[in-house]
Each structure stands twice: as structure tokens, then as C-alpha cells.
Design a protein around this ligand. Structure first.
Ligand code: CP3
Length: 345
């Protein structure tokens, strides 16, 4: 860990802090001119694979916004490559996995012995930690097994997750082997980031909301719990984030994650209450509110802070990542507003 005494790390443990820490998912991205300039020279994957460039992108965004944590610049899908599934980003379409996983033989072929080849992410983490020292905590991240499996099986984004659910329902042992392999790779990848100095690991389960509670509990919860436990063994707290997850929150809490990420569809206090107010929560402003006028944005931000109340363990964030056309000035003003209006007496 590089900044164990920071207000962000303390808030993850639901300890009292001087004010609410704030950072944003996708805080480094296309909405920022500095990032677009770097993207003129390198592809997304090239940035990820050049630790000095990934570190620079991470640091530039965190400093420009004045947020309370830096998230390492990388991508959820990088582990697919070392498991034997090449992918690329199609402009306007998102990620495309060249040969999706559909059958038992595809799962058998997936490799779990090459996680060390993702070492460039840990190298970038180490450079960012060196830059910030104890002044700013660094967040490492990885995908949750369900969300990564859905990309592997669908071959990209999906609306109904037909192929994914078909494997779950009709070949549960193949599904479980896939989940097991994903946990083997992502737990090593996360542990490397912690060894490099990451203070907290966020596990993204972006598409888990397509599951019913019963299916979540049967097909996702057991292996996700293994991943959370493996990361916690390295000594850091885990933020577990999903979207469309209102009905799943109590089950997601059973993974043991210290912090649960809330999307914007549920009032923050309702979400926290469904967790029995145990542990910390992160969220949960609708990212589209950053396109609204300042009065509205301010009012909705105040409402979230009011809902969090004086309970320790709120980390301010959006309910999902910053969108590409977002006005940068609003993001900066929002960070400042949260910092000025959450002072604890
Ligand atoms: O938050 C940060 O600042 C760190 C960087 C980060 C990226 N991807 C960089 C990126 C993080 C945390 C991710 C995680 C990620 N990647 C997720 C989970 C987060 C979420 O929003 O739920 C997912 C689902 C992915 C897979 C992925 N990568 C998608 C669906 C896309 C969008 C494709 C598109 O064209 O919009 C990406 C590309 C990507 N990863 C960008 C960035 C900044 C887009 C910008 C670019 O192409 O340069």
C-alpha cells in the first residue's frame, strides 16, 4: 500500500474521515483533451502496455480533477489476451473478441499460467505510486468473473446475454470451469497490482445486473467470493461494483467486499440500507447529470451527500463511468463541490 492513512483508504474501511473522498470511474478518458492527445499517438491497448504512458495518463487525470484517488489506466479485458483470446476495439462498436468461447473445448484451451505477462499494469501502478508517494492512494482493478465470462462468450457487448446464459443453464460444469479459470488469472493480476503499491482493488461486475437474484447466487456469487477473498488476503480492501444491481445488493455483500459500488438507479440510502448499513458504499450520481446545468448538478449532488448523512464509509463517485462527451469543467467543479460540502464537524 502506498497511502494507507489517506481518507479514501479509511473510508473504504468505514472509518471516520475529515470529509467525503471523491473520485470518478473512467476519470481518464476521451472527455479529456489531454487523453485525446495521447490517443492520437497510441491505441488504447498500446497505452496500457507502455507503463510510462499509462502512468502519465493516470496522473494527469487525477491531478487535473483534484480527486482523492487515482485509478490505474488499464482495461478490464487485458486478461483475455493472456488466456489465449485475442481481442480488438472496433471504432463505434466497442470490444470484439475474435473467437468467442462457446463450448467445453474452448474453455479447456484457456490458459491460466500467463498472468505474469500482465506485469505492465503492475509496473504502471508502481510508477504512479512513486509519483504520488503517500499523498494520493492508487486504485488497481480487475473484472469480476461473470462480466469477463460474458465478454468471452458473447464476443463483445450484449443486450440479452443469450450465449452466456445458455452456457450457464445447459452446461453448468463448463460454466464453472470458465469462472474458476477467470478467478485464477484475475486474482494473480490483482495481487501483482497490490505488490506494486495499489491501496485498494475495485472489481468491476458491470453487466451482472442481467441476472436474477437466484441465478446470481447460483452462478456468480461463489467464484466471485473466492476472488474477493483472494484479493483481501493481499491486505487491501475491495470495492465491488455492478450496475442494474439494486436487487442483487444483499447477495453482492455476501462476497465480503468492504465497499459496494451503487449505480444511480437506487437512492444511495436505500442501497446502503439494503446492505444493513454494513461497511462502505461508493456512488452514485447519474453520469448524465454531468451534462445538466450547474444548479441541477449541485442539487443532485447535495441530495446524495444528504442521503449518506454522517455515517462513516461513503465514497463519492458516479453510478457508472464518465461518458465521452462530458464537459470537463463540470467534472472538476463536481469534485471541488463534494470536497467543500462534506466537511465533517
Ligand atoms: O477509470 C479509469 O479512468 C481507468 C481506465 C479504465 C478503462 N477501462 C479504460 C478505457 C477502466 C477502469 C476500464 C474498465 C472497463 N473496460 C470496463 C468496466 C468499467 C465499466 O464502465 O463498467 C469495461 C466494461 C471495459 C471494456 C471496454 N473497454 C469497453 C466496453 C470499452 C468501450 C469501447 C468504446 O469504444 O467506447 C473500452 C474502451 C476503453 N477502456 C476506453 C477507456 C478510456 C475508451 C477510450 C478509448 O478508446 O481510448
Amino acid at each position: 500500500m502506498s497511502a494507507p492513512q489517506s481518507r479514501f483508504v479509511k473510508a473504504c474501511k468505514a472509518q471516520p474521515v475529515d470529509r467525503t473522498p471523491v473520485w470518478f470511474m473512467r476519470q481518464a478518458g476521451r472527455y479529456m483533451a489531454e487523453y485525446r492527445a495521447v490517443r492520437k499517438r497510441y491505441s488504447l491497448v498500446e497505452i496500457c502496455k507502455k507503463p510510462e504512458v499509462a502512468a502519465e495518463v493516470t496522473i494527469t487525470a487525477a491531478e487535473a480533477l483534484g480527486v482523492d484517488a487515482a485509478i490505474i489506466f488499464a482495461d478490464l479485458l487485458l486478461p483475455l489476451e493472456v488466456m489465449g483470446l485475442p481481442f480488438h476495439f472496433e471504432p463505434g462498436e466497442g470490444p470484439v473478441i475474435e473467437k468467442p468461447v462457446r463450448e467445453k473445448k474452448d474453455v479447456i484451451q484457456l490458459r491460466v499460467d500467463r498472468a505474469a505477462e500482465l506485469g505492465y499494469v503492475a509496473e504502471a501502478v508502481s510508477l504512479v505510486c512513486k509519483h504520488f508517494g503517500t499523498s494520493l492512494p492508487v486504485i488497481g482493478f480487475c473484472g469480476a468473473p461473470f462480466t469477463l465470462a460474458s465478454y468471452m462468450i458473447e464476443g463483445g457487448g450484449s443486450r440479452n446475454y443469450v450465449h452466456t446464459k445458455k452456457m450457464m443453464y445447459s452446461s453448468p460444469s463448463v460454466w464453472d470451469e470458465l469462472m474458476r479459470k477467470l478467478v485464477a488469472v484475475t486474482s494473480q493480476h490483482a495481487a501483482e497490482q497490490v505488490r506494486a503499491g495499489a491501496d485498494v482493488i475495485q472489481i468491476f461486475d458491470s453487466w451482472v445486473g442481467c441476472l436474477s437474484v437466484e441465478d446470481y447466487r447460483r452462478y456468480a456469487l461463489p467464484r466471485t467470493t473466492e476472488l474477493v477473498n483472494a484479493v483481501q488476503k493481499t491486505g487491501v480492501s475491495v470495492i465491488y461494483f455492478g450496475t442494474d444491481s439494486a436487487t442483487l445488493l444483499p447477495s453482492m455483500k455476501q462476497t465480503g467486499a468492504e465497499v459496494i459500488g451503487l449505480d444511480w438507479r437506487i437512492p444511495l440510502d436505500d442501497g446502503w440500507s439494503s446492505l444493513g448499513f454494513q461497511g462502505a458504499v461508493q456512488g452514485n450520481l447519474d453520469p448524465v447529470l454531468l451534462f445538466a446545468d450547474w444548479q441541477e448538478l449541485k442539487a443532485r449532488t447535495k441530495d446524495i451527500l444528504r442521503r449518506a448523512g454522517d455515517r462513516p464509509g461513503h465514497i463519492f463517485n458516479l453510478g457508472h463511468g464518465i461518458l465521452p462527451e462530458t464537459p470537463v469543467e463540470n467534472v472538476k467543479a463536481l469534485a471541488k463541490f463534494v470536497q467543500e460540502h462534506s466537511t465533517r464537524r
